[in-house]
Design a protein around this ligand. Structure first.
Ligand code: NAI
Length: 426
């Protein structure tokens, strides 16, 4: 079914546009990387004549990226990459831009979600920008005839990159896609600090409960997990980590966290935060060991980390106890509270704002230069997953350092020669 742009579906478009504009302006004001790139794009028009299809969390920082691409001459069609993370006012403000069409709407059901993905694809994008891979997969499955004219794509998150690498390994990925997630400027900041800060603040605002004195169980000690663990410890919580990778488990141990299997951690935790990109990290068997009143939240990409169907089967009663908190009552009276329907807790509770603006400036700075690379040099890349060239990552880091007025040293010629040499050193 075709879906219309968000503006056709809102009762009071004018006030939504005004509210969305205010949010976008605030974010953009704190995004020096996008400001710098936008000035270049306005002058150089690298995207003139190109259509960019996007499926990202449609909120203020994303909007700043979308408008930056439009300023470079692109026509942009966008929808959400999660049914609960869209801010309708921001979506409306984007849709008000003459070069942008936004289909994103908060709270759509699965059919509405994929109809909006289809609506973006109907614009026949030259470049796709995904968070989770939905546009790439849908195009390959349902619209392979578009692939020949697609220059390439870029992917924001770990789960999307994993899925694309699996496609690539099966020779099923038919256009080049940049793994934006894997750049240092993205993953060392967004995944670690962004997810850490934003998940904890979303949980605190949604529950109005303190971290101090709580035991926080972090499922997975990858980029996101180590950020969540570090920030929780910084808020005076005791942290327990669960892992399946022996090296990551050892790293957590060396960082001073208790490492336990989930079945054991389940008995100790007050708050559980999954960050694995995997399914069934918290199952009904784990829930059987949990204390009354625990809080379960997921910060991984899809809503499969907590087995909600299994939990629903265990429960004798369910009710909303606060905005964004669903209580599952078990037969013995224990209550298990799930935040944001098991979806990305930093983006999907009613008060969630996503990552801090400065962090997303870096991630979206990389998105912007990756899209510029596709627009200006796309022929150089074969079908498959590609790393973003390191020079582009450094370019974004340099803009950020300048904006922060941070100076660093430069290698001397002798130092550069030393580092490149295999014969110097004794
Ligand atoms: P990662 O690959 O660095 O870390 C995942 C960790 O989970 C690995 O150490 C892995 O061994 C562990 N793991 C896998 N299955 C497990 C299980 N059953 N029990 C315990 N540990 C398990 O990935 P990263 O970058 O930390 O991303 C994790 C997830 O978070 C992905 O889905 C990613 O897309 C998402 N993400 C979410 C963000 C947000 O805004 N909340 C931001 C960035 C990424």
């Amino acid at each position: 079914m075709t879906v219309s742009p968000i503006s056709d579906r809102l009762a009071d478009v004018e006030s939504a546009v005004a509210d969305g504009r205010t949010k976008i302006d605030w974010a953009y004001e704190h995004m020096p990387i996008l400001q710098s790139l936008r000035a270049d794009f306005e002058a150089e028009q690298p995207f003139a004549g190109l259509t960019i299809g996007m499926a990202l969390h449609v909120e203020a920082k994303t909007a700043a990226l979308v408008e930056t691409l439009a300023a470079g001459g692109a026509e942009v069609a966008i929808t959400g990459c999660n049914p609960l993370s869209t801010h309708d006012d921001v979506s409306a403000a984007l849709d008000a831009h003459e070069a942008i069409t936004s289909y994103a709407e908060h709270g759509v059901d699965e059919t509405g979600y994929y109809d909006a993905i289809e609506a973006v694809i109907a614009h026949e994008p030259d470049i796709t920008v995904d968070d989770g891979g939905d546009l790439v997969f849908r195009i390959h499955e349902e619209h392979p005839e578009l692939i020949d004219s697609i220059i390439g794509g870029s992917e924001e998150t770990t789960t999307g990159v994993h899925r694309l690498r699996s496609m690539d390994a099966d020779d099923a990925l038919d256009y080049p896609v940049f793994a934006v997630n894997d750049t240092p400027m993205k993953r060392l900041f967004d995944n670690v600090h962004g997810t850490g800060e934003a998940s904890l603040s979303s949980i605190a605002m949604t529950t109005n409960l303190s971290w101090a004195g709580k035991t926080v169980v972090v499922g997975g000690f990858g980029q996101c997990g180590r950020g969540v663990a570090r920030k929780a410890a910084g808020q005076n919580a005791s942290v327990v980590v669960t892992e399946v990778d022996p090296r990551r488990a050892l790293e957590a141990h060396m960082e001073g966290y208790e490492v336990l299997p989930m079945a054991e951690a389940a008995k100790k935790g007050d708050v559980f935060i999954t960050t694995t990109g995997n399914r069934d990290v918290i199952t009904p068997e784990h829930v059987q060991h949990m204390q009354d009143g625990v809080i379960l939240a997921n910060a991984g990409h899809f809503d499969v980390e907590i087995d909600l169907d299994g939990l629903a089967d265990l429960a004798v009663e369910q009710r909303a106890v606060r905005d964004g908190v669903r209580e599952y009552k078990l037969e013995d009276g224990r209550r298990i509270n799930v935040l944001a329907e098991g979806r990305l807790v930093n983006l999907a509770t009613p008060v969630s704002l996503g990552h801090p603006v400065e962090v997303m400036d870096q991630s979206f700075g990389i998105q912007a230069v990756a899209v510029r690379e596709l627009a200006t040099n796309g022929d150089a890349y074969d079908a498959g997953v590609h790393e973003v060239p390191d020079a582009l990552d450094r370019e974004v880091a340099t803009i950020k350092l300048e904006a922060e007025d941070i100076q660093i040293d430069e290698l001397t010629d002798e130092q550069a020669a030393y580092l490149d040499s295999w014969s110097q050193g004794t």
